[in-house]
Write a protein that binds this ligand. Structure first.
Ligand code: MGD
Ligand code: MGD
Ligand code: SF4
Ligand code: MO
Length: 685
């Protein structure tokens, strides 16, 4: 009976992948009832996911069907930054954008800049048609350094790539150093594995200036001062040498530059490091003993260590440790910072850099976006932002906001929501979420490949990023026939296939089970075989030396040392229930985080007459940020913690923590030094 059929319930499940910038890259199962996604769960068949998602993505339907989703193209109708917009048709918006970009490109294509990061880590919606579009145009290239490039560069010049332990084998480790990472908040599925190791008798030790949720649950916590990790690592080496806890054969066969590293380490007795790190000597000596005498010993290093001036050197120093004790010989020993270089996906096929031809456009660093927008010559005249919220997340945000407010800047933002950045757009284009589009994913925390299948139809008039760039290319073709080429017409699904070209992953397998595992050795460097120029773990790097960087890892003090004016070191790590600035507008998650806080040590608070919950003014020469003091036992003396990247527009004075951070770059990788920041704090009101 037709009437009954109309009301019959149609339920299905669709396999997907979590798109967020998180090392876990979970496999998702979305339940769809009559075309509406009702539930997003972890795939129990995927070993890394284990059927569990974090609180954030468990709320994915709340985010997808959020009443404030942008669902039509919008054109600015008020002053820049006011957030006043009117709806326009796709055709009108794209035709105008194409025309304006074309006119700028005719004079100078380098006046156009794409700005994107990892709002989605999907290869198709993150780096395919967009790259082709800007390559064809000859736009300025973006140096994507905002997160990981100090550590990546360090790994490159030590191991030869973003390579490391297979995460699953941490379960067999007997000692795990969790170094610069709040795993419970930002790497939950690793934490599950670490718990298994703990049940099997492993000791977990956390190295972090903040007493994080993870530190709470570890056997020991070394609460060092921010930016002092290289000093700690060198002192550990000192103790390994002094006690002869070294694997001499591994060092002789598989490393380069031991004599130089040894000389450097011998400059760092634990007493010296204790001074620099603000730690008791005994803690350093005990850590060295644990590391030197427990086998297998593993290090889960994460990106928290590399957001200070010496971040690259710190990662290099830590990355040398496993070779010294021969930890790599065992699959449950070694180190993992990033597994990205294991990913078999074909970036060149997606990006098509050959579309640049002979052109070599200038490169603009996303980490100094404030200065670039205000000072770059020739000026940036047009900006296309997608998968990122730079006005909230980039350092020195007063300058970033001032740059975005330039009346002569033409800005297009592809977004789900009216973020701090979208507020400054001339056009906002509605983008699909992960439930509404196809994509393909690799991970930086494990080695599997995942397929994301669209679970529901796009909401409203939303289109996928790739679709938007396809249509923009079609409009550009009116002026430039190069944009009519077939590679500007590849569908999202075709792009998923192209990403796999040259790999041993089969699309059909991905379709069936949502993920595919790679055939990789259990222990990557058991027999050496580092893909460096020397084939060894490079304690000394001539490549770095040529760049004017210390050939052997060294300690570099932070740019911003505590001073009379700004006596407190501020770090600003992520809030557990947000993902960078994403999810801040999801009510249930914001409710858990409460309000923007500055965690303070009781002594530092008392010295300023500040009580728990008081409104505080956090300031330095760059600006001020109002929030509330939280005296919760997590901050150490001398260090304050501005937790999470809240939306500026929701802030008490329209700022967030990045009002205080600066644009100076790390020692390697041209990355921001977010956690190298001196401030003063006063009670407000
Ligand atoms: N819930 C949640 N998960 C996330 C994110 C998020 O915003 N929220 N962000 C995602 C992204 S983009 C990334 S890059 C990863 C980051 O992942 P991780 O690098 O694991 O980052 P966090 O968990 O923030 O841990 C950083 C820790 O480093 C500490 N830290 C700060 N300065 C120093 C220092 O100088 N030395 C040492 N040893 N520690 C220091 C901080 O206190 C913090 O606890 O997490 C991803 N996962
Ligand atoms: N002070 C301080 N600042 C930091 C950090 C810190 O620890 N402290 N962490 C830094 C780090 S590690 C990182 S990685 C950066 C992250 O900074 P961003 O890369 O800007 O990350 P998000 O804030 O998550 O913003 C991503 C945006 O992309 C949008 N988005 C998601 N999926 C899609 C899509 O498919 N299409 C389109 N068009 N848009 C989409 C989301 O709605 C969201 O607004 O922040 C950095 N900033
Ligand atoms: S954010 Fe991380 S932990 Fe949460 S679902 Fe995504 S990949 Fe998994
Ligand atoms: Mo990041």
């Amino acid at each position: 009976m037709p009437a009954m059929r109309r009301f019959a319930m149609h339920e299905k499940t669709v396999l997907g992948a979590c798109p967020h910038d998180c090392p876990d890259t979970c496999s998702l199962v979305t339940t769809v009832v009559n075309g509406v996604a009702t539930r997003v769960q972890g795939n129990a068949q995927h070993p890394m996911t284990g059927g569990v998602l974090c609180a954030k993505v468990s709320k994915y339907t709340e985010r997808t069907y959020h009443p404030e989703r942008v669902l039509t193209p919008l054109r600015r109708s008020g002053p820049k930054g006011s957030g006043q917009f009117e709806p326009v048709s796709w055709d009108e918006a794209l035709a105008d954008i194409a025309q304006r970009l074309h006119h700028i490109a005719q004079r100078n294509p380098e006046a156009i800049l794409p700005y994107s990061y990892a709002g989605t880590m999907g290869r198709v919606q993150g780096e395919s048609m967009d790259r082709r579009f800007f390559h064809q145009l000859g736009a300025s290239l973006l140096d994507r350094t905002i997160c990981a490039s100090a550590g990546s560069t360090a790994l490159q010049h030590t191991y030869g790539g973003k390579l490391g332990m297979r995460v699953e084998f941490f379960a067999e480790s007997k000692l795990i150093l969790i170094w610069g990472s709040n795993s419970i908040g930002s790497n939950l599925h690793f934490w599950r594995i670490a718990q298994e190791a703990k049940r099997n008798g492993a000791k977990l030790i956390c190295i972090d200036p903040r007493k994080s949720e993870t530190a709470d649950k570890c056997y020991a916590h070394l609460q060092l001062l921010p930016g002092t990790d290289a000093a700690l690592a060198l002192a550990l080496m000192h103790e390994l040498i002094r006690n002869d806890w070294l694997d001499h054969d591994y060092i002789a066969e598989h490393t380069l530059g031991w004599e130089q590293l040894k000389a450097k380490a011998l400059e760092w007795p634990p007493e010296r490091a204790a001074q620099v790190c603000g730690l008791p000597v005994e803690q350093i000596v005990q850590l060295a003993r644990d590391y030197g005498t427990t086998k297998p010993a593993a290090i889960r290093l994460n990106y928290g260590v590399q957001r200070t001036r010496g971040g690259g050197n710190a990662v290099r120093a830590i990355a040398c440790l496993p070779a010294l004790v021969g930890a790599w010989r065992h699959r449950a020993g070694g180190l993992l910072l990033s597994s990205s270089s294991h990913a078999p996906l074909n970036a060149a096929r997606l990006h098509m850099p050959q579309l640049l031809g002979e052109r070599r456009p200038r490169i603009i660093n996303m980490s100094t976006m404030g200065d670039a927008l205000l000072q770059a010559q020739p000026a940036i005249e047009a900006l296309v932002v997608y998968n990122s919220n730079p006005v909230a997340v980039a350092p020195d945000s007063a300058k970033v906001a001032k740059g975005f407010a330039r009346e002569d800047l033409f800005t297009v933002v592809l977004e789900h929501f009216m973020t701090d950045t979208a507020d400054y757009a001339d056009y906002v284009l509605p983008a699909t979420t992960q439930l509404e589009h196809w994509d393909i994913h690799s991970s930086y925390g494990h080695t599997d490949v995942l397929l994301n299948q669209a679970a529901i139809a796009p909401l409203g008039q939303a289109k996928s990023n790739a679709q938007i760039f396809r249509e923009l290319a079609a409009h550009m073709a009116a002026w430039d026939p190069a944009f009519a080429a077939p590679h500007f017409q590849d569908s999202d699904e075709a792009l998923c296939h192209q990403a796999l070209e040259g790999s041993r992953i089969h699309f059909a397998d991905l379709r069936m089970q949502g993920f595919a595992q790679q055939d990789l050795p259990d222990a990557p460097f058991a027999e050496g075989g580092f893909p460096t120029p020397s084939g060894k773990c490079e304690f000394v790097s001539s490549a770095l030396e040529q760049m004017g960087i210390s050939a052997v890892p060294d300690y570099l003090p932070n740019y911003e040392q505590p001073s009379a004016d700004y006596p407190l070191a501020m770090i600003s790590p992520p809030a557990r229930n947000f993902l960078n600035s994403t999810f801040v507008n999801v009510k249930t998650l914001r409710h858990i985080e409460g309000r923007p806080v500055l965690e303070m040590h009781p002594q530092d608070a008392a010295a300023r007459g500040i009580a728990d919950g008081d409104a505080v003014r956090v300031f330095n020469a760059r600006g001020e940020y109002l929030c509330h003091a939280s005296i919760n036992g997590r901050a150490r003396a001398g260090v304050v913690v501005g937790l999470g990247i809240w939306w500026r527009k929701d802030g008490m004075n329209g700022t967030n923590v990045n009002e205080l951070t600066h644009q100076q770059l790390t020692d390697m990788g041209r990355a921001p030094a977010f956690y190298d920041c001196a401030v003063q704090v006063a009670r407000h009101g």
